[in-house]
Design a protein around this ligand. Sequence first.
Ligand SMILES: O=P(O)(O)OC[C@H]1O[C@H](O[C@H]2O[C@H](CO)[C@@H](O)[C@H](O)[C@H]2O)[C@H](O)[C@@H](O)[C@@H]1O
Length: 296
Amino acid sequence: MGSDLGSLPPSFTRRCPAPLTPAGRRGLEKLFEQPGRALLALDFDGVLAPIVPDPERARAHPDAVPALARLAPHLATVAVVTGRPAATAVEYGGLAGVPDLHRMVVLGAYGAERWDAATGAVEAPPPHPGVEAVREELPRALAAVPGTDGVHVEDKGGAVAVHTRRAAEPAVAFARLREPMAALAARHGLTVEPGRMVLELRPPGMDKGRALTDLARETGATSVVYAGDDLGDLAAFAAVDALRSEGVGGLLVCSGSDEVRELADRADLVVDGPDGVVALLEALAAALGPAGAAEV
Ligand SMILES: O=P(O)(O)OC[C@H]1O[C@H](O[C@H]2O[C@H](CO)[C@@H](O)[C@H](O)[C@H]2O)[C@H](O)[C@@H](O)[C@@H]1O
């Protein structure tokens, strides 16, 4: 092909749009140059799993795990980086016991937890005492805010998430709860993580950016592809930007939605939600081919 933006395998570009930015194209080229040193990391909700009203009913897109399994043998590492507890993402994603995903890593709770497919074990920090205090105070705090009928609390063990998607007016309930939830979290040494119709009260100190950087360094990645959809993924986007400045290739993918604009503005490639993410994974797998060498 040969342009000033470099070249990508036609077997990829036939199936998926090329990144719009030179940095993104370069990141993808680096993946194809050295797939065995590439880190592919994806958020769970809104990226691998379609958004649904009930958080307990979220499941991976039916074609996502087969596509990851086709890709994983070619790459150094395939990871999920999520706000979910690691074990929940493994369960809802159907990620355990998949032969070609035997080296997969799930970084849960924004990187505070880790599951390794190789061992099946989850490493998690001890519970933060503020979470228990918030758990107890939350019903009273929610009852004090008008217009929050239908708000649902997800107890994540190490954190508590207040969901407004099922409220009569989700955006209104979200706006009304922002300040009281921030105050409640601050009283107990927690931080508020805002997301898609959710305010999560969680321990501070870890974010997806640190988690992704640590994993990239641990695996010696020469390229990193990260796909996210929500505000919590901005830290991971910033981490990829920082890695790029060190010479690591990076591709920032936004799983687009009408709910969050911030990632699309910063991404190299915007795809159409989890369907588009799956198309990207399948395009990568097709281009890398069954034998490991990049197909052209
Ligand atoms: O980091 P993620 O994997 O994107 O997790 C972030 C939060 O996702 C979940 O909530 C979101 O998905 C739900 C199911 O589709 C949806 O109902 C909700 O409105 C979304 O915000 C999850 O429930 C949270 O615990 C995660 O922190």
